[in-house]
Design a protein. Sequence first.
Length: 100
Amino acid sequence: LSTPVRRYLGTVGMSSGLFGIAKAMKALGERADDIVEYTELAREIEQTIEQADGSAYMSIFVTTSTSYTPPEKYFKDAKIEIERCAKSMDELAGMIGLKL
């Protein structure tokens, strides 16, 4: 189950629209009126992707761990991060005049 989540995030494979998002955000930063705020928000997006990826990845190992935590807990954590990411991406798009 973790691979589809990680593929969606662009951290496994290259088919996701999020693959290479950091480079795209950097290139689009030229359009931002407030580059500092834009850069901070872009970094927050990268962090939410990293957090969601880490949670999805951890779900692979929890069944063999001595402190058993259900994989669902990690998927729930990943979902929270993905929702934060989507909200931040909407905000970022507004900063550079993109309509989603």
